[in-house]
Design a binder for this molecule. Structure first.
Ligand code: IVH
Length: 333
C-alpha cells in the first residue's frame, strides 16, 4: 500500500505545530568562528562545546508524522508554518518506513529531514527522459522537487527519491539530552540518517570535519551544499533559542556552488569508439565546486537545439561528482 488512489487536483495545507525554520549560513571560516564565539559566550563549557556535524543535503525539507508508530502524514516545509500535504508521495519513497520499529517508539513523533535524489538516480531519470524526448531536469534538486510535488503519487513512485532524517518536530515524549543521541534513537526506529553524522568538540574539530567532507564531496554520490553544525546539548539549544528565521544553536557552513556562469568559446564534435558524435562546449575556464572547468558536454544535437546553445552565449555549467560537466542552460537575459 505504498501507492495511493486516484490523483488529486491540489495539495491540502498542513500547519506545522513546531515551525520548520531554516538555517543561518557561514560563507567562510571567519563566519564559522563568529558563530562559535556567540555559542561559547552563552553556554557552559567554553570553547570545548560539542557540536553534531553532518552534510547539508541539497534537496527538500519534509516533516513526516508517526502516530503509534504508523506514518500518518507528511508535509513540505512551505513557508515554515504551513506546508503542503504530500503524504501519499512520501509513502512511495522506498527508504521511508511506513511503520517504526521497536516497542519504545513514542505515541507521536514528527521526523524531519531532506528528500533528495542521488546522482545515479538522477542520471537514470534524465536518460529515460531524453530517450522519450521529454525535457530532462536541470539538476538532482529540481528533479527531487518535481517528483515530490506530483499530484499523482504513481508518478512519484517511479522516481528514485531518498530520505535522510536530521531532526524532529513535535514529540509526545522529551527527546533526551543530546541531538546526537536523539537522532541515533530515531535511527533505531528504522528511519534513515546520515552515515556521516558525528560529534565534534570545539572549532578546530568543526574545521577538520568541514575540510574532510569537502575532500569527499565528489565521491558521496549525491549533492551537498555544505556542513551543518548543531550545538549537541538540547538544554544549550533551548538556552540559545532562535530568531524569527533561524536557530542560534546551528549554522550551515557552505561549500562553493556546483553551478557557475561562463561563456561558450567554441563547440567541437567528438567521435566516440562506436561512432557516436558528442558536441562538446569549449568554455572560458571557470571555477565550479572548487575545480576549474573548461569543457562541458552538450550530449547530442537534440540537446543543442533544445537548449539553443550558441558560440558566445553565457551559460550555466554544472559539475557534480564523477559526472561530466554539462551546460545546463543559456542565460538568455
Ligand atoms: S537542520 C532548525 N540539517 O537546509 C534547523 N537542515 O537552510 C533546521 N538541510 O530547510 C534545519 N541538510 O531543508 C538541517 N543536515 C541538515 C540539513 C538541513 C539540509 C536543509 C533543510 C533546511 C535548510 C535550511
Amino acid at each position: 500500500q505504498r501507492v495511493g488512489a486516484e490523483p488529486r487536483s491540489e495539495f491540502t495545507q498542513v500547519r506545522h505545530r513546531v515551525p520548520m525554520i531554516s538555517l543561518d549560513n557561514a560563507m567562510d571560516d571567519g563566519e564559522l568562528a563568529d558563530f562559535h564565539r556567540r555559542v561559547t559566550e552563552s553556554v557552559k563549557g567554553g570553547a570545548d562545546v560539542v557540536y553534531t556535524a553532518e552534510p547539508k543535503l541539497d534537496g527538500l525539507a519534509v516533516s513526516i508524522r508517526y502516530e503509534d508508530g504508523f506514518l500518518v502524514q507528511a508535509a513540505t516545509r512551505g513557508d515554515g508554518s504551513t506546508g503542503e500535504d504530500i503524504t501519499q508521495n512520501v509513502r512511495t519513497i522506498q527508504n521511508v518506513p511506513l511503520r517504526l520499529l521497536g516497542p519504545d517508539c513514542p505515541v507521536v513523533i514528527e521526523v524531519r529531514g531532506e528528500v533528495y535524489m542521488t546522482h545515479a538516480g538522477f542520471e537514470r531519470l534524465n536518460s529515460d527522459a531524453r530517450r522519450r524526448g521529454d525535457e530532462p531536469f536541470a539538476n538532482p534538486r529540481n528533479a527531487a522537487a518535481g517528483s515530490l510535488r506530483q499530484l499523482d503519487p504513481r508518478i512519484t513512485a517511479g522516481r528514485p527519491l531518498t530520505f535522510c532524517c536530521y531532526g524532529w518536530g513535535e514529540t509526545s515524549e522529551p527527546p533526551g539530552d543530546s541531538q546526537f543521541a536523539m537522532i541515533r534513537r530515531i535511527a533505531a526506529w528504522g528511519v534513515p540518517i546520515s552515515r556521516d553524522l558525528r560529534q565534534v568538540m570545539g572549532l578546530d574539530a568543526c574545521r577538520a570535519y568541514f575540510d574532510d567532507l569537502g575532500r569527499r564531496r565528489d565521491a558521496l554520490g549525491y549533492d551537498i551544499d555544505g556542513v551543518v553544525f548543531k550545538v549537541d546539548r538540547l538544554a544549550d539549544q533551548a538556552a540559545l533559542g532562535a530568531t524569527a528565521h533561524h536557530p542560534r544553536w546551528a549554522v550551515a557552513r557552505k561549500f562553493p556552488p556546483q553551478e557557475a556562469l561562463t561563456v561558450v568559446e567554441a563547440v567541437e564534435f567528438q567521435v566516440g569508439r562506436t561512432g557516436a558524435v558528442t558536441p562538446v562546449a569549449r568554455l572560458r575556464p571557470v571555477q565550479v565546486g572548487g575545480v576549474t572547468v573548461s569543457n562541458a558536454t552538450l550530449h547530442n544535437m537534440d540537446e543543442v537545439r533544445r537548449k539553443d546553445v550558441r558560440v558566445g552565449d553565457t551559460v550555466y555549467v554544472r559539475r557534480a561528482g564523477d559526472v561530466i560537466p554539462e551546460v545546463v542552460r543559456v542565460l538568455a537575459e
